[in-house]
Design a protein around this ligand. Structure first.
Ligand SMILES: Cc1cc2nc3c(=O)[nH]c(=O)nc-3n(C[C@H](O)[C@H](O)[C@H](O)COP(=O)(O)OP(=O)(O)OC[C@H]3O[C@@H](n4cnc5c(N)ncnc54)[C@H](O)[C@@H]3O)c2cc1C
Length: 304
């Protein structure tokens, strides 16, 4: 039996991949989405900053988008793509972790990023419920509460001041880190942000709810939420295998149409170099899809 050659394989089925899929499918393209299913925001208690989708749970987003995509014939495969290689002008070959090969004419990499969650007991357990990385995404829900900012490797100054807009009670924990300049310390003091530099023992919690930050001295500093942004790692293995130009952090460098330095390889969402929001990931998916469709149209006219 002749193997299927998909017009497009989308690796990653988060908001970026799914938005691209719907545009391509509505252009009557044969689309396969291969997705491992570890969405970055899977622990989130509700999507924010996406108008008309306010508070929607990521699991509901995944469910309703899957229903819409199936309507247009998009196929899904739950797997991890381990390897991608270019077949020059014949497209691309992907190998998944179940040993299956997939062929396609164009690839969209929408693999997202993996957050660096601080290695302190309680951080991983509370991620997305009481520990957050982004004041824009989850700040409003913590307004007027006691908000902790954990910042060891970066200074946390901007994040603490952003959160001061939402609460009078913001505490910056540096866990022994000494990244604040004298001016930043003075600004924080002027804005009534308390700075605690003592080493942290753990986050005390019960039933997935933060109780406070336990210091190495045994003191419990009561807090309702912690914000921390210690960066992330782009899921860039496939981009590297395909030799795409990337930033130092591994994010793909693209042109305005989301195409990477390798013709036929596109990227959208957090794996690209712009800001990280659901609505932006979705928008980049749409941009990539239009460009891929036009690229395929051009290729087919040349063949005729
Ligand atoms: C706790 C939390 C809360 C957030 N809240 C908000 C919010 O309220 N509003 C907002 O706008 N943004 C929010 N974000 C950011 C948002 O989650 C991301 O911007 C968005 O998910 C990016 O979408 P994406 O499609 O690029 O990546 P993702 O949603 O992460 O999807 C990538 C998919 O690709 C899969 N994948 C990776 N590698 C492979 C591979 N090799 N093979 C197959 N599949 C692969 C992953 O398993 C995953 O399913 C939040 C993030 C976090 C961590």
């Amino acid at each position: 039996m002749k193997p299927t050659i998909w017009d497009v394989i989308i690796v990653g089925g988060g908001p970026a991949g799914r938005s691209a899929a719907i545009v391509l499918a509505r252009c009557n393209r044969k689309v396969l989405v291969i997705d491992e299913g570890k969405y970055r925001n899977s622990r989130s208690q509700g999507i924010h900053n996406f108008i008309t989708r306010d508070d929607m749970l990521p699991v509901d987003f995944a469910h309703s988008s899957a229903v819409e995509l199936r309507k247009y014939g998009v196929r899904f495969k739950k797997a991890r793509v381990e390897n991608a290689r270019s077949l020059k002008d014949k497209g691309f070959e992907l190998l998944d972790n179940k040993g299956k090969e997939h062929l396609c004419r164009r690839i969209l990499v929408a693999t997202g990023v993996t957050d660096n969650i601080p290695n302190i007991p309680g951080m991983k357990e509370l991620w997305g419920t009481s520990v957050f990385h982004c004041p824009f995404c989850d700040g409003w829900e913590t307004r007027n509460k006691v908000i902790g900012v954990y910042s060891c490797h970066v200074c946390g100054y901007g994040m603490a001041l952003t959160l001061r807009r939402l609460s009078d009670n913001v505490i910056l924990f540096t866990n022994g880190g000494r990244n604040l300049s004298p001016k930043q310390r003075a600004d924080l003091e002027a804005n009534k942000v308390r700075v605690i530099s003592t080493t942290i023992n753990k986050l005390a919690h019960s039933k997935r709810k933060l109780r406070g930050v336990m210091l190495a001295t045994g003191e419990l500093v009561e807090c309702d939420a912690i914000f921390t942004n210690e960066g992330n790692k782009v899921n860039a293995e496939l981009l590297k295998q395909l030799n795409c130009n990337c930033t130092k952090n591994g994010a793909a460098i693209t042109n305005k149409k989301q195409e990477t330095s390798i013709p036929g390889v596109y990227v959208a969402g957090d794996a690209s170099y712009d800001m990280h929001f659901v609505v932006l990931a979705a928008a980049e998916g749409v941009k990539a899809a239009v460009a891929i469709h036009n690229d395929l149209l051009k290729a087919d006219i040349t063949v005729l």
